[in-house]
Design a protein around this ligand. Structure first.
Ligand SMILES: Cc1cc2nc3c(=O)[nH]c(=O)nc-3n(C[C@H](O)[C@H](O)[C@H](O)COP(=O)(O)OP(=O)(O)OC[C@H]3O[C@@H](n4cnc5c(N)ncnc54)[C@H](O)[C@@H]3O)c2cc1C
Length: 222
């Protein structure tokens, strides 16, 4: 998996700060000025704590995500408040390139079983196209494990929401890994903004899952 932040709203802190400040100030937004990072962070921290989260929608991040499985992207695109552009299996001929889960990869027998079947699937895929079946129909044989690329643009509020769900240690491993990379990429731009990207138990102070991973106690056990 490769995740790269390819663009983001310029001056993200200032943009959020101006949006927040304009709600509580008689000064018009275009006249609100500050370069005081500590002051901006203080206000943004207070606003997040208060739950005035719409101000976070004014900044967004675009990620180039490659070499992930269709299992991952199927889960990812369920998050509706984002824009996605995914490699098309209708137009692009797929190579026999797949994501193998670590549980399968670590056993010689399971790895062998998996790889043999994948090989067979891609032989059939090619065989169908050799018989004149268009890519858009031959792809019906392809596995969930097939690697894909996707570009995603998400605003910061939705990044906090999706990360709160997908960074949970009990979330599915591949999407959890993606959100760990997303946090890492944002951290390169702003340690402050990255610091709010946490599993929801950290914000709640308890584990809302059926069973806790141990990171936080259950609500009733606090
Ligand atoms: C651990 C886990 C297990 C899951 N298991 C399954 C499963 O077994 N089967 C399955 O089908 N899905 C499953 N999902 C996907 C899940 O049901 C949601 O589709 C996914 O989390 C995206 O929804 P969201 O609430 O996060 O909202 P997003 O689409 O990310 O939207 C963000 C927020 O905007 C608001 N919003 C967005 N759209 C609407 C709307 N139309 N109406 C009202 N409010 C809206 C909501 O407050 C929402 O929380 C799972 C997700 C997780 C995290």
């Amino acid at each position: 998996m490769r995740v790269k932040l390819i663009s983001y709203t310029p001056d993200p802190l200032k943009t959020i700060y101006v949006a927040a400040k304009s709600c509580y100030s008689s000064v018009p937004p275009d006249k609100i000025e500050t370069n005081d990072e500590a002051k901006m962070e203080k206000l943004i921290r207070e606003i997040i704590k208060m739950g005035h989260l719409s101000i976070l929608e004014h900044i967004s991040f675009t990620f180039a995500i490659s070499g992930v499985s269709r299992v991952l992207t199927h889960q990812l695109v369920r998050h509706r408040l984002a824009s996605y552009s995914q490699q098309s299996q209708r137009y692009v001929k797929m190579k026999p390139d797949v994501v193998i889960p670590p549980t399968i990869k670590r056993g010689d027998e399971t790895k062998g079983m998996f790889e043999n079947e994948i090989e067979r699937i891609y032989e059939i895929y090619q065989g169908l196209m050799d018989k004149g079946i268009p890519k858009e129909d031959a792809r019906y044989i392809l596995p969930n494990a097939a690697k894909t690329n996707i570009v995603m643009t998400m605003n910061y509020r939705e990044i906090l929401h999706t990360s709160s769900l997908r960074l949970c240690p009990r979330a599915q491993w591949e999407i959890r890994q993606l959100f760990a990379y997303i946090k890492w990429e944002i951290k390169k731009v702003s340690k402050f903004l990255a610091s709010f990207i946490v599993p929801r138990c950290i914000t709640l102070g308890y584990c809302p899952e059926k069973e806790t991973c141990g990171l936080m106690p259950k609500k009733e056990e606090r």
